[in-house]
Design a protein around this ligand. Sequence first.
Ligand SMILES: [Fe+2]
Ligand SMILES: [Fe+2]
Length: 278
Amino acid sequence: MADILELNLDMSGPVRIARDVYWVGSERETPLHANPYLIVDGGEAVIIDGGSRLDFPAVMTKILETGVELASIRAIICQHYDPDLCAALPHFEDLLLPGNVQILTSKPNVSFIRHYGVRMDIVETETLNHRYPFSSGRTLQFIPTPYAHSAGSFMTYDLKTGVLFTGDLFGSSGEDWKLFLSLNPQCQGCTRTLSCNLPDCPVDHILSFHRTVMTSNRALRHAVHLIQEIPALIIAPQHGGVLTQSQDIQLITDKLLTLDHVGIDGLKSKNNDVFFGL
Ligand SMILES: [Fe+2]
Ligand SMILES: [Fe+2]
């Protein structure tokens, strides 16, 4: 199985991003890669943001290639309700044991997720006090990030490994996708916001993505302030690259905290055009 430390990463199978935490996405070429993840803990497993219908065959194959038993998958965490992370839910439902697996999401997402036509139990994270305990005692903590970008968006923090699954936050789009993002040393100390001199600067892509996808300066800043409170070792977004280096996490955090023209705050006043698009 591929591992984060490999130089030429083979993404045709699952990729371990931390102990018992796997990326199980599709490597197909697309301007908007989605990153589904699997956490395995002894005889239990949970899927985080399981992906779209397009990616389901690859995602399911990679899940099985981790060696996990289907009966051990207890939950599918949906950090918001968009199709790029929820549309495969009916396919999962066809394969996973009914009554054995539940959807975990926040209350504002529930009525939207029901439109995917799933019959599985949907458990509101609010009723779990925003925590999911495995039988071993390992705990996942859910952190609401309202309007970043949906009313019910939240992040998931794995206290055992320090992986913070950020959903669309820290996400990015573009053809030049890499599963692990390591910033150019030149990015450190750069004071520009967009219009970087580096060709195809990944920081530019991340900032543009947030201006387009997030709802407002205020919603983004609220979410990033919350991220600053979490001692995350790895940032695992639903799009773009996984960040594993503290200086890179710090740089992106600082840039997002001061980013302006986000969402509604980026509308030009006269013709309602947005400044940036995907
Ligand atoms: Fe989204
Ligand atoms: Fe997304």
